[in-house]
Design a protein around this ligand. Structure first.
Ligand SMILES: [Zn+2]
Length: 157
């Protein structure tokens, strides 16, 4: 349906997944704006490097889960493709909880080739974690924050 749209950020043996520090700062700012509701966004870029994001409003705003409207999600995918970018992952916030996958996270994610990012707790001590769904569970993966000096003060990884 969308050839080449799904990237493979974990598919590069010698390259860690990278996240542009400027994108990280925007994600944290937007997650704080959404507080106390969960915030979610599609992460975009090329190969293993995330250089953009696409905020997705939750179909049913909640402080403990997120879900997307089918047509809104498909529109976002089309926009990503028309910009020549790849979909590399999803980020959502845990407004008041640490960035550990919840039961809803484990049951709701079915894209093992993409990154699953969790940011939380948003207001007090935001930490960013990257997971990959593999063999029926989430495994934490390392990543590199590009331009870390500028974003390191805002987000711990
Ligand atoms: Zn979650």
């Amino acid at each position: 349906m969308y050839p080449g749209l799904l990237g493979e950020p974990f598919g590069f043996k010698h390259t860690k997944t990278c996240l542009d520090g400027k994108v990280a700062i925007r994600l944290l700012a937007e997650a704080k704006e959404a507080f106390p509701m969960e915030y979610s966004a599609l992460l975009t870029g090329r190969e293993a490097t995330i250089t953009g994001h696409f905020p997705l409003p939750s179909a049913t705003p909640s402080s403990v889960a997120f879900s997307w409207d089918g047509p809104v999600f498909l529109r976002a995918l089309r926009a990503i493709q028309s910009e020549g970018q790849q979909w590399l992952g999803v980020l959502h916030s845990h407004p008041t909880a640490p960035p550990l996958p919840s039961l809803a996270d484990r049951e709701g994610w079915h894209y093992p080739q993409l990154g699953y990012w969790i940011l939380g707790p948003v207001q007090t001590d935001p930490q960013l974690k990257l997971y990959q769904w593999t063999e029926g569970r989430f495994v934490e993966r390392p990543f590199q924050l590009l331009g870390h000096h500028s974003s390191g003060s805002a987000i711990r990884s």
